[in-house]
Design a protein around this ligand. Structure first.
Ligand code: CP
Ligand code: NVA
Length: 308
């Protein structure tokens, strides 16, 4: 069973072939209307369940469009509308859904929910974000970096802000794709030490630097994300803003990176909090390419899961 649960749990060669496949598939769609079917639609006759226990714009739309372009059908399910939200176990839900659908994509809170779904499903399960990681996003981000700047191997990525779920998947990717990553943010919001140690053990240089200006020196890519994630309590908002203000990605901070350093944000963004509009709309920003590449990268992930 080929689940796509996390970047560090997926074979390196498979990750590379997914990115390569995504680029080919993107080129093949050049000039086609968004709703046109792909050649020899690989998911013809397939049904895909998209389960959301948290809000989503990009993940929801890109998975839905991607399945339809590949000739499959989708059903979008919200956790609260399902019996899942009313006491039925994840294991039973997984067994039942597997009788109806060929693939399950799930966005949830606790990672254990996703893992239990994968354990009991007899069809592939894809991680569409948990409190802990967001692997589909970072596959799209690697694809985006390489489209603009060539191979990411050996490059320096700087993450500024909260060491959250998106940051975690970037650290996993550093280990698997062989790039270096510097985290800059307050100690209380550091990424998980185990993830850092694992990427270091794979040979990546992972640094923690409290001074944002020093951190971005020599950066090929600067990345940030919201200061308050969907799973964070709203009561933490003000404290987080106070802690993170010094890690805002603005033109001044970007001026210390390489002159051609790219800027990424997975979106949704809170403009002029974690990043200024000047940077988000600047010439080195690739935020909307990242959003588009969610579609192409996830199509390749689904094909990999289904052996298509
Ligand atoms: N980047 C991302 O996953 O966006 P959504 O929350 O809109 O899906
Ligand atoms: N870190 C954010 C990412 C949203 C795509 C969150 O979990 O809310």
């Amino acid at each position: 069973m080929k689940h796509f649960l996390d970047i560090h749990k997926t074979d390196k060669k498979d990750l590379r072939s997914i990115i390569d496949q995504a680029r080919v598939a993107k080129d093949a769609r050049n000039g086609k209307p968004k709703g046109a079917l792909d050649e020899d639609p690989p998911l013809a006759g397939h049904m895909v369940a998209l389960i959301f226990e948290k809000p989503s714009t990009r993940t929801r739309v890109s998975f839905d469009v991607g399945v339809r372009q590949m000739g499959g059908q989708t059903m979008v399910l919200s956790g609260s509308d399902m019996q899942l939200g009313h006491g039925e176990t994840i294991a039973d839900t997984a067994r039942v859904l597997s009788r109806y659908v060929d693939l399950i994509m799930m966005r949830t809170f606790e990672e254990d929910t996703l893992l239990e779904m994968a354990q009991y499903a007899t069809v592939p399960v894809i991680n569409g974000l948990t409190d802990r990681t967001h692997p589909c996003q970072i596959m799209a981000d690697i694809m985006t970096f390489e489209e603009h700047r060539g191979p990411i191997k050996g490059k320096k990525v700087v993450w500024s802000g909260d060491g959250n779920n998106v940051c975690a998947s970037f650290i996993h990717a550093a280990g698997q794709f062989g790039f270096d990553l510097t985290f800059t943010g307050p100690e209380t919001l550091d990424p998980e030490a185990g993830f850092v140690a694992e990427a270091r053990a794979k040979g990546s240089d992972i640094q923690i630097e409290r001074d944002a200006t020093k951190a971005v020196e020599g950066a090929d890519l600067v990345v940030t994300d919201t200061w308050v994630s969907m799973h964070d309590p709203q009561s933490a908002r003000e404290r987080r803003h106070n802690q993170l203000r010094g890690y805002q990605v603005n033109e001044q901070l970007m001026s210390h990176a390489k002159p051609d350093a790219l800027f990424m944000h997975c979106l949704p963004a809170h403009r002029d909090d974690e990043a200024t509009s000047a940077v988000m709309d600047g010439e080195n920003s690739v935020i909307f390419d990242e959003a588009e590449n969610r579609l192409h990268a996830q199509k390749a992930i689904m094909r990999w899961c289904l052996g298509k």
